[in-house]
Design a protein around this ligand. Sequence first.
Ligand SMILES: *Cc1c(COP(=O)(O)O)cnc(C)c1O
Length: 216
Amino acid sequence: MLEQIKEELSLSQTTLVAVSKTKPQSAILEMYKKGQRIFGENRVPELVQKYENLPKDIQWHMIGKLQRNKVKHIVPFVKLIHSIDNIKLIFEIEKNAAKLNKNINGLLQFKIADENTKSGFEFDEALQFLKSNEFKKLNHLKFTGVMGMATFTSDENKVEEEFKTMFNYFSTLKEEIFFNNDKFKEISMGMSGDYKLAIKQGSTIVRIGSLLFGNP
Ligand SMILES: *Cc1c(COP(=O)(O)O)cnc(C)c1O
């Protein structure tokens, strides 16, 4: 399955995050041996434990809801935080990165789905922040793009519309805020059920779990 998905993604040069949450370390190692290096987790304790036990050239991405009091545990090693969904979290990441004098890459998560369980910024809220002096105080947290999750539905038109919204958010931020910043280029959208639609709408990173690892 990994080979097949990688081949599909290579045409559009889309990055694959193998979502390994709840999966045993042996399953991650197996995929590692096939060449996969980027893995995504959604819980901090699990992420830290896997980081400690698995090969150090794995790039770990945090993709799940992140609580402020857990930020300090992942800042030393995390490669990309996808799920930055509020301003207090932004400053907590900045504070911890500053302490270690290192840069952290992050994505702004937007709410594009109907479901209330899926969190994220409202677009105007994020834009207002990015235009503020508060944003200019960030020296260690570097935004490299946006992230979103579509509604869980079989209605492909709806999912497609939500991905289009995501792309528009990205384009608008690129034009209005990040025009001078080459590093702001990522759109993280698409999971097992909808990654093909996501790629058509301009996704640069897909986060795929069950299709790769199988359902529990
Ligand atoms: C679990 C999860 C995924 C992967 O979902 P699958 O449907 O198993 O591919 C992607 N993104 C986030 C944020 C997740 O929590």
